[in-house]
Design a protein around this ligand. Structure first.
Ligand SMILES: *Cc1c(COP(=O)(O)O)cnc(C)c1O
Length: 431
């Protein structure tokens, strides 16, 4: 066991100051047990905690850090911009720079608007969809996360195309009634819902690469089916690419599968580690936004110049030739090395990836939707695996439902150490 005295002291203090001691629930380590680790420093693929323990980091702040921690170019850009002031509440050059970089390198968007989180991006995209279509209901999929927006925190109902229930207290039933929750990868369920609620559905919202409930990779044919049926019913297709955008390739899932969404939400990687979200579409759709159009949307710190500079410095590096190929190769190496060992040992364990997003799956089957098998108790396996990993210098997101991220800063040396540790973690979990 590593000594984590300082983290424990800080956590008991934090618990008096903030509910459960955290500002985002999964940080509290509830599903794995123990005190969360307080980090104080990161460089490249490594993080150092308050007790000076060092870890190879695969949480990467839950996805934003595709270049690893404290990337020199990002630190320089942020330092330069911040020294001129943190915010003006006026337009700044930095907004143009990031907007142009994204639009010029993305096949499906013509205009973008920046916000400060992924939640805000998804919420605004959905309001825009409702404004454009004049319709109120939306379809979402069980297992897809779109931030903590009221009408999106809804669980599936008991039957196909029935109304669900709020997955949080504090959400009015009347909001829940506007959200239809369907199983992923089930074309028939979508057909039935669209038939039943014809002319009432504003948009179909999906994480095209669902990565918030394990990694539930969808077939391209299902995504293409969504595109086609949206056109048939005059429904907008909304890809929430907060996790997949600039992660599986610069063009995210839309360009990975080459499927055109009507609306896209971004977050995480786009901000280079600062709070940035964005939503984007065609100029025609975006013209519905205030002040040109009637869909209101605003933000005091939206397009913050320091955050824009961080995003720009990060995305500029992502555009270097071979960037995503190299990242994919590294992830493939990690995944196959661990998977081959699990196979050899006949462990009931599976690991797969899309680009540099991977998932540790203790169920050993390729899940494409939230099914009963994913809910079965794989927790104890993950818990053992997790604690063995952090005690041996590999930091992971503290939940079996979370994916891991490989960054450009991870070296083959890091990966070899990780492979060795993961193999031992598996031995411990399946002992
Ligand atoms: C992280 C995430 C969000 C929420 O973004 P925040 O910045 O945490 O508000 C929304 N959608 C998806 C797909 C995400 O992965």
């Amino acid at each position: 066991m590593k000594n984590r005295k300082q983290s424990e002291i800080l956590f008991s203090k934090a618990k008096q100051l903030m509910p459960a001691g955290v500002n985002s629930p999964v940080r509290a380590f509830r599903s794995v047990g123990g005190a969360p680790i307080f980090m104080k420093k990161g460089k490249g693929s490594h993080v150092i905690d308050e007790d000076d323990n060092e870890y190879i980091d695969y949480c990467c702040s839950w996805g934003p850090l595709i270049l690893g921690h404290a990337n020199d170019n990002i630190v320089d850009a942020v330092t330069e911009v911040v020294s001129n002031g943190t915010t003006f509440g006026t337009p700044t050059r930095q907004e143009n720079d990031l907007a142009e970089l994204v639009i010029d390198n993305h096949k499906y968007i013509e205009q973008i608007r920046f916000v400060s989180s992924g939640t805000e991006a998804a919420m605004s995209a959905i309001r825009l969809a409702r404004g454009i279509t004049g319709r109120e209901k939306i379809i979402k999929f069980e297992g897809c996360y779109h931030g903590h927006v009221d009408s999106l925190l809804v669980n599936a109902g008991s039957g196909l195309a029935t109304f669900g229930t709020a997955s949080s207290a504090g959400i009015p039933d009347s909001f829940v009634k506007e959200t239809i929750v369907l199983p992923l990868n089930d074309a028939n369920a979508v057909k039935l819902a669209l038939e039943k609620y014809k002319n009432e559905i504003a948009c179909i919202a999906i994480e095209p690469i669902p990565a918030n409930n394990g990694l539930l990779i969808q077939g391209k044919s299902f995504l293409q089916f969504l595109r086609d049926i949206c056109d048939e019913y005059g429904v907008l297709l909304f890809f929430d690419e907060v996790i997949s955008g600039f992660r599986v390739g610069f063009g995210g899932a839309s360009m990975h599968y080459d499927i055109r969404p009507d609306l896209i939400a971004f977050g995480k990687v786009i901000g280079g580690g600062l709070p940035v979200g964005a939503f984007a579409s065609t100029s025609k759709n975006m013209a519905n936004l205030s002040p040109d159009g009637s869909v209101y949307q605003a933000g005091t710190l939206s397009g913050n110049p320091v955050a824009m500079a961080a995003g720009y410095a990060q995305l500029k590096q992502c555009l270097k030739p071979g960037f995503y190929e190299e990242l994919n190769k590294k992830t493939e190496y990690l995944v196959t090395s661990v998977l081959n060992y699990a196979k050899e040992k006949k462990y009931n364990f599976y690991m797969y990836h899309v680009g540099s997003i991977y998932w540790l799956n203790f169920l050993s089957n390729n899940v494409t939707r939230v099914a009963s098998e994913i809910k079965k108790d794989s927790s104890s396996y993950f818990k053992t695996f997790f604690h063995h990993a952090i005690n041996n210098g590999v930091y992971l997101a503290p939940s079996k439902y979370e994916v891991g991220f490989v960054s450009a800063a991870h070296t083959y040396e890091d990966l070899d150490i990780t492979i060795k540790v993961f193999r031992e973690c598996l031995d411990a979990a399946y002992a």
